[in-house]
Design a binder for this molecule. Structure first.
Ligand code: GDP
Length: 306
C-alpha cells in the first residue's frame, strides 16, 4: 500500500517514522516548507530536515530537533565571531544546510537536494518538500509581523497571536513529484502536526487540496491532540488564534471537505462530526513501538475506508 503523509517536524514526522517501519519505500512524506528560513546565509528547512532525521533514526528525540549526539562547535565559533546566535544549528545539521545551499546555488532543485540528503542519511522513504517556490509563514502579533522562527525562538511563542499568513502562496504550486505521489496514493494521511502552522501552509498551496482530493485512496487525518491537549509545542495557542477548540472537532473543522476519515485520541473531549468516519484509539506515540503501532492502526483504518 502506497501511503503519503503530510507532516511538520514532530507529530507527523513521528508517525511517518512509524509508517516507514511498516511499509518502507512505499511511504512518501510531503513536508511543510513554510518554516524555511535563512540563517548565516544558509537555507534552513526545519521540517523537511526533521522528517529526514526521524526517518534516518538520527533525531535528538529528547530535544525534538537537531541530530542526536551532535556538537555545537561551529555555532559557538560563529557566535564568538559576532554572528547572531538565536537560531541554534548543531554541527551536522549545519552541514545539511551548507550542502543544500550549495546544491541550490548550483541550480539544483530543493526536491533533488532533499532526496539526496534523505538517501545519504539512510531514510528508505521519500521526503518531498511541498513546493519549490519559497513560502514563509508569518505570525502577526501586537508588536508587528514576525517570521515563524523568530516568533517561536526569539519570542518563545509567548506573544499573543493576532493572525497567521503565508507569504509567497500565489506563486507556489505542488511539485511534479508531490502530484505524482498523490496521484498514486492508496491512502493520504494528514499527520498529527500543528494544523495551523505545519499542515495549514501545505494545504494553502494553490492546487494542493485538489491534488489530495484527486488521490485514488482515502484521506485520513490524525489528530495531534492527546486527551484534549497538545503533546508538545504551541499548537493550542495557534488553534485559539484561529478560533478553534483544542480537540479533534477543532482539527476536523480546519480540514472540512478534505477528509474521508479521522483518527482521534480515545481521551478526546470533543469528537468530529458524526458523518465523518472516525477511529478512536490511544494516539500517544511512545518510542519506536508506539510509532509503529499507531501507523498500523491508521493503515488498517485507511484500508477499511477504501
Ligand atoms: P513542529 O513542526 O516541530 O512544530 O511540529 P509538528 O507541527 O509536526 O507537530 C506538533 C504537534 O505534534 C503537536 O500539536 C503535538 O500535540 C503533536 N504530537 C507530538 N507527539 C505526538 C504523539 O505522540 N501523538 C499525537 N497524536 N500527536 C503528537
Amino acid at each position: 500500500m502506497r501511503v503519503v503523509v503530510l507532516a511538520g517536524g514532530t507529530g507527523g514526522a513521528k508517525l511517518a517514522a512509524g509508517f516507514q517501519d511498516v511499509i518502507g519505500a512505499d511511504l512518501t512524506v510531503i513536508a511543510n516548507t513554510g518554516d524555511d528560513t535563512e540563517v548565516h546565509g544558509l537555507r534552513v528547512c526545519p521540517d523537511p530536515d526533521l522528517v529526514t532525521y526521524w526517518l534516518a533514526g538520527r533525531i535528538d528525540e529528547e530535544r525534538g530537533w537537531g541530530i542526536r549526539g551532535d556538537g555545537f562547535v561551529v555555532h559557538e565559533q560563529l557566535e564568538e565571531l559576532g554572528a547572531p546566535g538565536w537560531f541554534r544549528l548543531s554541527d551536522r545539521d549545519l552541514a545539511t544546510c551548507l550542502y543544500r545551499t550549495h546544491f541550490l546555488a548550483e541550480g539544483g532543485t530543493l526536491t533533488a537536494a532533499q532526496a539526496q540528503i534523505a538517501r545519504a542519511l539512510g531514510a528508505s522513504a521519500t521526503v518531498l518538500p511541498a513546493c519549490e517556490e519559497p513560502i514563509r509563514t508569518k505570525i502577526h502579533t501586537p508588536a508587528g509581523e514576525r517570521g515563524l522562527q523568530e516568533f517561536l525562538i526569539v519570542d518563545g511563542a509567548a506573544a499573543p497571536i493576532e493572525g497567521v499568513t503565508v507569504d509567497g502562496l500565489p506563486e507556489a504550486r505542488p511539485t511534479p513529484e508531490v502530484r505524482a505521489a498523490l496521484a498514486e496514493a492508496d491512502a493520504v494521511v494528514i499527520g498529527p502536526s500543528n494544523p495551523v502552522i505545519s499542515i495549514g501552509p501545505i494545504l494553502a498551496i494553490p492546487g494542493m487540496r485538489e491534488a489530495i482530493a484527486d488521490a485514488p485512496g482515502p484521506v485520513v487525518a490524525v489528530s495531534p491532540f492527546v486527551a484534549g491537549r497538545a503533546v508538545k509545542g504551541p499548537t493550542e495557542a495557534f488553534m485559539a488564534a484561529v478560533g478553534r477548540p483544542v480537540s479533534a472537532a477543532g482539527v476536523a473543522s480546519l480540514y472540512t471537505g478534505l477528509l474521508d476519515g479521522m483518527v482521534v485520541d480515545s481521551g478526546d473531549p470533543d469528537p468530529p462530526p458524526a458523518d465523518l468516519r472516525t477511529l478512536s484509539c490511544p494516539t500517544l506515540m511512545e518510542g519506536a513501538a508506539g510509532r509503529r503501532a499507531l501507523a498500523e492502526r491508521v493503515l488498517e483504518f485507511a484500508q477499511e475506508l477504501r
